[in-house]
Design a protein around this ligand. Structure first.
Ligand SMILES: [Zn+2]
Length: 106
C-alpha cells in the first residue's frame, strides 16, 4: 500500500467545483417521432441554442447570446442522433420552456 500523502498530492477537494450548468430537469416524454427516451439532464440533449432573447416595448426579439444574461438564453432539445435518435429538435426561451414544449408535442 502506498500512502498518497507522502507524495504531497493535493486533496481532491482542492479542485474547483464543477460549474452548475442548469438545475435538474423533470423527466421528458419519449420522442414524439421515434419514441426514444431522452434525458433532459444530458448536456447533449438539452443545451443552449446559441442565441438569446430580449424584450423591448413588449416585443421579444432574438439576438447574440453574448448580448444578454444567461437567464435570456434560448435552448434547444434534441432527440440526439448520436444516441440513436431521429434528430428532431425543438426550441424554447429557457430550459423549462423547451422541455415543456417537448412534452406537449409528445
Ligand atoms: Zn426521435
Amino acid at each position: 500500500m502506498t500512502n498518497l500523502d507522502e507524495f504531497g498530492l493535493p486533496e481532491p477537494t482542492q479542485y474547483p467545483p464543477m460549474p452548475k450548468a442548469k438545475s435538474m430537469m423533470p423527466d421528458a416524454n419519449p420522442c414524439p417521432f421515434c419514441g426514444r427516451h431522452i434525458n433532459p439532464n444530458d448536456n447533449d440533449t438539452l443545451y443552449p441554442a446559441g442565441i438569446g432573447w430580449k424584450e423591448e416595448d413588449g416585443i421579444r426579439s432574438y439576438c447574440d447570446i453574448y448580448d444578454v444574461p444567461k437567464e435570456q438564453w434560448c435552448y434547444k432539445i434534441i432527440c440526439n442522433e448520436s444516441y440513436g435518435g431521429c434528430g428532431v429538435t425543438m426550441y424554447g426561451d429557457s430550459p423549462e420552456e423547451t422541455l415543456e414544449k417537448w412534452n406537449k408535442r409528445s
